[in-house]
Ligand binder design. Structure first.
Ligand SMILES: [Zn+2]
Length: 153
């Protein structure tokens, strides 16, 4: 597995085992995802495993779900992950180096909701890829009984 160096200081970095990097370099500034990459990661047997993706792709999946499914009446009963995104709280407001510790059950429930909506309409390959990777990581972490964190790089 390729190693992904996540720089937290000039010479300091965290070495992640890279599950997948779904970012594309920006054609103008050449930064991956134009500096909007996010890292979903967990620990297994002393190693750190990471999925790197473009925050805009997740936002686009969430806003599509929101547009088609959320009403003032059901907003309060949707998942915390979705409400955090909508209200800019929780993970959406976390800029810590190690990232926000997600509530795993809530995150898996979120993916189930997003998945049922994605199945209803045509979807770009990159969004589907991101969704599938997140799903398999979340289920893997549930098996491990560990924590899943999201870094907003
Ligand atoms: Zn750019």
């Amino acid at each position: 597995m390729e190693v992904y160096k996540y720089y937290i200081g000039k010479e300091q970095y965290i070495s992640f085992q890279l599950i997948n990097d779904l970012t594309l370099p920006c054609p103008i500034c050449y930064a991956p995802a134009c500096g909007k990459e996010e890292i979903l990661w967990y620990k297994d047997k002393g190693k750190y495993f990471a999925l790197v993706y473009d925050a805009n792709v997740l936002t686009s999946i969430l806003s599509q779900y929101f547009k088609h499914n959320i009403t003032p009446d059901n907003y309060a009963s949707t998942t915390q992950f979705i409400r955090d995104w909508s209200e800019c709280t929780g993970w959406e407001d976390d800029m810590s180096v190690e990232g926000y510790l997600l509530d795993l059950d809530d995150f898996i429930n979120t993916l189930e909701l997003l998945g049922s909506d994605l199945a209803k309409r045509p979807i770009e390959a990159l969004k589907m890829k991101l969704f599938r990777e997140m799903e398999s990581i979340a289920l893997r972490v549930r098996e491990l009984g560990g924590g899943l964190r999201l870094i907003r790089a």
